[in-house]
Design a protein around this ligand. Structure first.
Ligand code: MG
Length: 174
């Protein structure tokens, strides 16, 4: 049961992910979570650094998308700033929007990687779909209130991982 929460890849941030390797493994589509993955919750616009990364990924041939549980207004500021398709109020880990992505863009699960900062939404959702799941450390210290319960459960799962020697914070792998 716990294996569904274990990320395939774990990196410090979206800037440390080996995108060349993902490409060589056949990944064509990158789905990013928004809050605390590509931006702290305190910012309303993408930074220059984030824009540069997305431009680089697009040049590499990746289809980049944002799927967030946040509302329309917030998500659209990043959708427009980064010129990507997006989904808001996704209710991750619900697979509804993931299935929509596969159908709309014609990708197989093994061609999609999901990047996020939360085990219960991003990683669990991706693993269940058969996507490559990539965990990054939470960017900001601040969480949305809605995430606080998830963080509590997450702590318990991390503790179990550590006991079974499956995962340790700060021990990055890909
Ligand atoms: Mg998040």
């Amino acid at each position: 049961m716990f294996s569904k929460f274990l990320p395939d890849i774990y990196q410090k941030s979206i800037y440390k992910i080996n995108y060349e390797k993902l490409k060589s493994c056949g990944i064509k589509c990158l789905i990013f979570d928004l809050d605390n993955t590509i931006t702290p919750v305190t910012l309303n616009k993408p930074t220059k650094r984030l824009k540069d990364l997305f431009n680089r990924l697009k040049l590499m041939g990746f289809k980049c998308l944002i799927l967030s549980n946040s509302g329309k207004k917030r998500v659209e500021q990043f959708k427009n700033g980064l010129c990507v398709d997006s989904g808001f109020s996704c209710k991750k880990p619900s697979n509804k929007k993931y299935i929509k992505v596969m159908n709309n863009y014609n990708y197989m699960p093994d061609e999609i990687a999901m990047v996020g900062d939360q085990l219960l939404t991003d990683i669990y959702g991706a693993n269940r779909m058969g996507f490559t799941s990539i965990l990054v450390n939470q960017i900001g210290k601040k969480d949305l209130v809605i995430s606080l319960f998830n963080r509590f459960i997450e702590k318990i799962i991390f503790r179990t991982f550590r006991k079974r020697d499956l995962f340790t914070r700060g021990k990055y792998y890909d």
